[in-house]
Ligand binder design. Sequence first.
Ligand code: GDD
Length: 409
Amino acid sequence: RVVAVIMVGGPTKGTRFRPLSLNIPKPLFPLAGQPMVNHPISACKRIPNLAQIYLIGFYEEREFALFVSSISNELRVPVRYLKEDKPHGSAGGLYNFRDQIMEESPSHIVLLNCDVCCSFPLPEMLEAHTSYGGMGTILVIKVSPESANQFGELVADSVTNELLHYTEKPETFVSDRINCGVYIFTPDIFAAIQGVSSQRKDRAYLRRVSSFEALQPANRSLPTDFVRLDQDILSPLAGKKQFYVYETKDYWEQIKTPGMSLKCSGLYLAQFRITSPHLLASGDGTKKASVSGDVYVHPSAKVHPTAKIGPNVSISANARIGAGVRLVNCIILDDVEIKENAVVIHAIIGWKSSIGRWSRVQASGDHNAKLGVTILGESVTVEDEVVVINSIVLPNKTLNVSVQEEIIL
Ligand code: GDD
């Protein structure tokens, strides 16, 4: 049997995702019309003998209660949210709930970061893991050498796939192969985490009884139950025949900023073409708008037949899209109104916002630039004939003059 665990973090993490995470926990922000964490959950459904999915985080329970009950019913897999009383780090969080996780006596534990976007080749990874025979298998991808230092860089044996060397976000280049935040473990991982934690306790004791602390300043502030999977487990255990890698040739992105969420929404829409084409809008119905490329429209949204939509557009519940509107590369959240002849390009329009007639909300579309995607927070009003370019607008603002390259607080 297999148990899947998705690390969802908590409100003190994901700050780069503001202002969108002011309304909703980042893992529930919709990508391709579904909460971010739905995508890894759906991928877990393809694992043979999956017994249970746990979400571990330090958000309040009530923030996830509705979500876990509806997704459990929909997918017919038990999904439960487990709340940490404080952040324990990516490995410490797992260890904190070892008793619940081991209740099902799983042979394997699938561990996923919630803020990565990929095809989650989990059955393939499980198969590879079984053939390698170690304690864990890590999903890796080749990225450009310039971008590798934002991630865990690693070196693996090209024949055996054994993890030989691991450095988290190194200052000097190590490798263009990086950790994707998707893992398969045997339950031995708990002993490894326990080992790190006991070592910390011993050091803390030594520090109290000697001047050891002066020699180990880097370890001074870490609590004994705070254990990071990357620095504290993968780095020291690399090269010991415990961990192996599985390289994906598919797409992979990390979702830390609103701009990246727009890009990932597009990647998931493109995947729907293969996995769930019924979710994509097609412009063939007589009352439907003209649609190009991958588009998702919630059944409760109203789109005027003269609107032109796509590619990469997601329209959430109860949105109203007026006559002659043009939407390209954007996410339109719940209850938004876009009035006649407005244009939205490379943008995310927050819940209950309204865009006036003949207005334009747009950006350069560079997902890595700070203002490359225009973001409107919740309940922002853009009046008629106003142009908003490369800007971020915080909730509840009204714009009656045009703005460019601005953050409106
Ligand atoms: N429950 C819980 N508790 N979750 C946590 C905690 C915690 O204390 N700390 C982090 N997480 C979750 C985050 O929400 C995220 O899903 C995942 O664990 C990893 O977050 P970080 O530890 O902040 O690392 P990162 O995202 O900067 O980088 C990690 O992931 C990259 C892939 O996306 C590293 O493992 C990198 O090596 C890797 O490339």
